[in-house]
Design a protein around this ligand. Structure first.
Ligand code: ZN
Length: 86
């Protein structure tokens, strides 16, 4: 039994607690050089993100939280300008 970190409802015993990332932070990975089996390897590093805060959620909340965002609504085509007035 646990309390969902999103809806705050108690979840019955035996139901899974699904981890949901609720906050991320940017992360910069520095360049590094290491040796593997006698070969020098350069890792260029880069940028990415890491988990800042994660909660245990019930299945419906986890499904909603992990769903892809709604696509942008299509931009309507502009009305064609009529030449009748000219
Ligand atoms: Zn919930």
């Amino acid at each position: 039994m646990f309390r969902c970190g999103i809806c705050k409802q108690l979840v019955d015993y035996g139901l899974p607690a699904i981890p949901v990332v609720v906050e991320r932070r940017d992360k910069t990975y520095p360049s590094r050089t290491y040796v593997l089996r006698g070969t020098s390897i350069v890792d260029p590093g880069g940028v990415g993100w890491e988990i800042a805060r994660e909660v245990a959620a019930c299945a419906p909340c986890a499904t909603r939280a992990n769903a892809p965002p709604d696509p942008e609504p299509p931009v309507p085509e502009p009305e064609p300008v009529s030449d009748a007035l000219h």
